[in-house]
Design a protein around this ligand. Structure first.
Ligand code: UGA
Length: 448
C-alpha cells in the first residue's frame, strides 16, 4: 500500500477477511488486552505476553480486573476457541508470530517526556526470537523517532517495524477496537503497513498510511486536540457564570455547528486519565526539544489546573465558604464513568485540594472497595461502601464522576442525612430542577 488514504471495502487494495494470522501482543494493559481479544475474536491466533505476575495469574484463569465492557466475555471466547493464550515471557510469545504488537506502558518521566524503559526492554527481549519476515507494530504512545529506535534495537533487516497508534477509550475499548473511526499506520515498508492495516479493517474504515514520524505525531495531536477542546469548553462554560449567560444553551448553540459538534463538548471537573494529561505533557516536551511553540497545548494544561481549582472553590462555597472542619461527601473517584482507573483522576485531585484546606472527605465509588483503602492515592480520604454513607453528615454533596447510578439516588433520603442541603454537580448531569424543588442549593459547572 502506498502512502495515502483508503476506505476499506471501497478503494482499499487490501481487503479485510484475512483470518488465521499468528499474532503476538506484548503487554496486557488498557491497549494490549482489548487489541488482543478483538484480534482473536476476528479469527486470528493471539499470544499475549504479560510480565506483571499478578495480572498474568489472573488472565490465565480467564478474567481481568479491568472494568471494561465486553472484555471478560471476549477473553472467555478467545480462550475457549483456543485462539487466545497468555504467557509471561515476551520472547516465548513472539517465536512464531507474523505480527507483534508492542502495547507496553510509556509513563510520564519527571521532565514530562515519555519513559521508554518498557519499550526498550521488550525490543531487546524479542529481537533474536522473531521469525523472519515478522512485522512489529508499535501501539504504545511514544516520542517521535521511537520506531527508528526500535529498528535499531531489533537490528534485523528481515523484520519490519511500523507505527500503529491506538485511539480507543477506556470503558468503550472493545467497541472502539471493533469499530475504529480510522486506522493509522506509519511505515517505510508500505507492504508491511498494508498488512497491519488489513488486520483492523471493517466496513468503510478510513486507513491513513503515512511515514513513521507523522503517525507518531498523529497520536499526540489527537489527544492534545481533545484536551484543548475540553479546556476551551470548561473555560467558556465557567465564563457563563461570570457574565450571567446560560451554559447549557451556549453548548447547544455552538454544538449544532457541525464543524464543532457535540462530541467531547461536555463540561466537567477537568480532564484526566492515563492519556490526555501524559500525552499533552509529552507533546510539550517534544515541541520544546524541537524548538517548536505549542503554547496552545501549554494553555490547555494550565486551563485544566484552573478548572480543578474552580471546582474546589465551588465546593468551598457550597459548604458555607470554609472547608476547615467541614465534611464533604464525594460521589465518584474514577477519572470518568465505566472504568475503575483513577490515574490522574480529577476527582482524586479535587479531594486532595479539599483535604489540604482542612475538610474531611468521605467518598464512595462503585469500583472502589475496602481492599482499595490502602491504595496510595486514597490515603487522604475515608472510603465508604455506599453513597448514603458518603453523604451522611456532609456539609456539601459533590458528584465528581458521572456514574449513571448516582442519578437514581433517593435525594429525599439524602436531604435527611446531610448536615447542609448543598449539592455540587461537577458533571452537570443531575436533575437540578428536581433537586432545587426538594430544597437543595445546587451548583454545577456554569451555574453558581
Ligand atoms: C483518550 C482518548 O479519548 C482516546 O482516543 C485515546 O486512545 C486514549 O485517550 C489513549 O490515548 O489511550 P481516555 O483516556 O479513555 O481516552 O478518556 P476520554 O474518554 O478521552 O476522557 C478523558 C477525560 O476527559 C476524562 O476525564 C473525561 O471525564 C473527560 N471528558 C471527556 C469530559 O470532561 N467531557 C467530555 O465531553 C469528554
Amino acid at each position: 500500500m502506498a502512502k495515502g488514504i483508503y476506505m476499506t471495502e471501497s478503494n482499499n487494495p487490501s481487503r479485510p477477511g484475512d483470518i488465521g494470522r499468528r499474532i503476538s501482543v506484548i503487554g496486557a494493559g488498557y491497549v494490549g488486552l482489548p487489541t488482543a481479544v478483538v484480534l482473536s475474536h476476528r479469527g486470528h491466533f493471539v499470544t499475549v505476553a504479560e510480565r506483571n505476575v499478578e495480572r498474568f495469574r489472573e488472565l490465565v484463569t480467564g478474567k481481568s480486573s479491568r472494568a471494561e465492557q465486553g472484555l471478560d466475555e471476549l477473553i472467555g471466547e478467545g480462550m475457549a476457541s483456543g485462539r487466545l493464550r497468555f504467557v509471561d515471557d515476551a520472547a516465548e510469545a513472539v517465536a512464531e508470530a507474523e505480527f507483534v504488537f508492542l502495547c507496553v506502558e510509556t509513563p510520564q518521566a519527571p521532565d514530562g517526556s515519555a519513559d521508554l524503559t518498557s519499550i526498550i526492554r521488550a525490543a531487546e527481549q524479542i529481537a533474536s526470537r522473531l521469525a523472519p519476515g515478522a512485522v512489529i507494530a508499535n501501539k504504545s504512545t511514544v516520542p517521535l523517532g521511537t520506531v527508528r529506535l526500535i529498528e535499531q534495537l531489533i537490528g534485523r533487516t528481515d523484520v519490519a517495524v511500523v507505527s500503529n497508534p491506538e485511539f480507543l477509550r477506556e470503558g468503550s475499548a472493545i467497541a472502539d477496537s471493533l469499530n475504529p473511526d480510522r486506522v493509522v499506520v506509519g511505515a517505510d515498508n508500505q507492504e508491511a503497513a498494508g498488512r497491519v492495516a488489513q488486520l483492523f479493517c471493517g466496513p468503510e474504515v478510513p486507513v491513513v498510511i503515512t511515514d513513521t514520524t507523522t503517525s507518531e505525531l498523529i497520536k499526540y495531536a489527537s489527544n492534545a486536540f481533545l484536551a484543548t477542546k475540553l479546556t476551551f469548553v470548561n473555560t467558556m462554560v465557567s465564563m457563563c457564570e461570570e457574565v450571567g449567560a446560560d451554559a447549557n444553551d451556549l453548548l447547544l448553540g455552538i454544538g449544532y455547528d457541525k464543524r464543532i459538534g457535540f462530541e467531547f463538548l461536555h463540561p466537567g471537573p477537568g480532564w484526566g486519565g492515563s492519556c490526555l494529561p501524559k500525552d499533552t505533557s509529552a507533546l510539550v516536551a517534544i515541541a520544546n526539544a524541537a524548538g517548536s511553540n505549542v503554547g496552545i497545548v501549554r494553555a490547555a494544561i494550565a486551563g485544566n489546573e484552573d478548572q480543578l481549582d474552580r471546582v474546589a472553590a465551588k465546593i468551598r462555597d457550597a459548604a458555607g465558604g470554609e472547608l476547615r472542619g467541614r465534611t464533604i461527601g464525594v460521589l465518584g473517584l474514577s477519572f470518568k464513568a465505566n472504568t475503575n482507573d483513577r490515574r490522574n483522576s480529577p476527582a482524586v485531585s479535587i479531594t486532595k485540594r479539599l483535604v489540604h484546606e482542612g475538610a474531611k472527605v468521605r467518598a464512595f465509588d462503585p469500583t472502589v472497595h475496602s481492599e482499595n483503602a490502602h491504595d496510595e492515592d486514597l490515603q487522604h480520604l475515608t472510603i465508604v461502601d455506599s453513597p448514603y454513607s458518603a453523604i451522611a453528615g456532609a456539609h456539601s454533596v459533590v458528584v465528581l464522576t458521572e456514574w449513571p447510578e448516582f442519578q437514581d439516588l433517593d435525594f429525599s433520603k439524602i436531604l435527611e442525612l446531610v448536615a447542609r442541603p448543598a449539592i455540587v454537580d461537577a458533571r452537570n448531569y443531575l436533575d437540578f430542577e428536581a433537586l432545587i424543588r426538594l430544597g437543595f442549593t445546587y451548583s454545577c459547572i456554569g451555574r453558581k
